[in-house]
Design a binder for this molecule. Structure first.
Ligand SMILES: [Zn+2]
Length: 377
């Protein structure tokens, strides 16, 4: 975690960046009980449980009463490393396996229907699942086609300001810019504090991406924009390849029955943004998507993964005021009748089908809905 309160943090010599647990940051891994559960069951045992129908038997005997709102990002091969962290990418083959299994074994509902049922206190079917995607990566169109082939739909939360050649998606642009800088280090200023980022090796570049991501998320939007300008200059203004869907692709996804939700305009850390900026990001992303796609946009997902510090009761209030009917967090748990509609829990997906189903059938015993967003820090 980036520190701003101690010796060495953002110092003139070199930024001191504590190792960031990317697993936790991007995979939404749960706390100690989940880690204990995962560590306690060998991968081979999970595969065996899946093959022998152990999960299916358990699902039948002890059906889930909550809903697992799955949280995907990218569905891609190695090419995805150019625009997203490999930790949030599921391979197309695994995704196909997920979808086939989910279609055959779960009650997969559109998220708007889940929200409508929760709002009206109507029961969910046993073993309910809803599928969501964050960010709007260009590979999501192929994922939508896969879902459609298996008769399923999903909700795609789109970074609206980055659609159709808008703003480059900053998390992807960071990768382009850092890989284009040829010097062994780049000297930046973050909110007036000098910041030196070392480059030159693959490992240093990876660390640089993580470090800058953390610094950007810890500051208001203006600091992100300033850092972006400095990096563009240092990298001699390379073009960031398009990584977010365009309007035609989104329209095709709608024709396939997919739901489009909003994920802000530019993917800021909302609690760190100025209040006016946060509200604009929340409200105008909805207006923009509705204007371009011609359908109501009723659902929102808070940007930034893993920790719960990316939404607060004040931000949830803005989402409600902007006219949304529900909002999804990155809190790793099942949602259900006790959930706040503006703080819906989600399950972070994992590459292997057996790990995903382990989460749905075993971790659900501890991943209970949490009633109020007021507990979030
Ligand atoms: Zn996101």
């Amino acid at each position: 975690m980036y520190r701003d309160d101690g010796e060495g943090a953002l110092s003139g010599r070199a930024v001191v960046v504590q190792p960031i647990d990317l697993d936790v940051m991007v995979s939404g891994k749960g706390g100690p009980p989940i880690r204990g559960l995962r560590a306690g069951i060998a991968p081979a045992a999970k595969s065996m449980l899946l093959r022998l129908g152990g999960y299916a038997a358990f699902r039948h005997l002890v059906p889930s009463r909550g809903v697992a709102i799955l949280r995907y990002h990218a569905v891609c091969g190695a090419e995805g490393a150019a625009y997203c962290d490999p930790g949030i990418c599921i391979s197309p083959d695994s995704f196909e396996a997920h979808v086939r299994y989910l279609a055959a074994n779960y009650a997969v509902l559109p998220l708007p229907e889940v929200v409508a049922r929760l709002r009206a206190s109507r029961p969910l079917p046993p073993n309910a699942v809803a599928i969501t995607f964050d960010d709007g990566y260009v590979d999501n169109l192929a994922a939508a086609r896969t879902l459609s082939r298996h008769g399923l739909t999903a909700t795609f939360f789109i970074t609206a300001g980055c659609v159709g050649g808008g703003e480059p998606f900053w998390l992807a642009e960071l990768r382009t810019l850092l890989s284009a800088i040829r010097e062994p280090a780049v000297h930046l200023s973050a909110d007036g504090a000098p910041l030196t980022i070392e480059l030159g090796t693959l490992e240093k570049s990876r660390k640089a991406v993580r470090a800058l991501t953390t610094v950007i998320k810890a500051h208001p939007i203006a600091v992100r924009e300033s850092l972006r300008d400095q990096l563009r200059q240092a990298a001699r203004n390379p073009t960031t390849p398009r990584c977010i869907l365009n309007w035609d692709e989104l329209a095709e996804m709608q024709r396939l029955g997919m739901t489009i939700g909003a994920h802000t305009l530019t993917h800021p850390n909302l609690p760190k943004a100025l209040v006016a900026d946060a509200y604009r990001e929340i409200k105008e992303s909805r207006q923009c998507l509705e204007h371009e796609l011609g359908v109501p946009v009723t659902l929102f997902a808070y940007p930034n993964g893993g920790a719960e510090r990316y939404m607060t009761p004040a931000i949830a209030g803005m989402v409600r005021d902007a006219g949304y009917e529900g909002a999804a967090t990155s809190r790793n748990a099942f949602a259900g009748s006790g959930s706040d509609l503006f703080a819906l829990e989600r399950i972070q997906v994992r590459e292997r089908l057996e790990d995903l189903i382990f989460a749905l059938e075993v971790e659900r015993l501890v991943l209970k809905p949490t009633p109020r967003p007021g507990e979030l820090d």
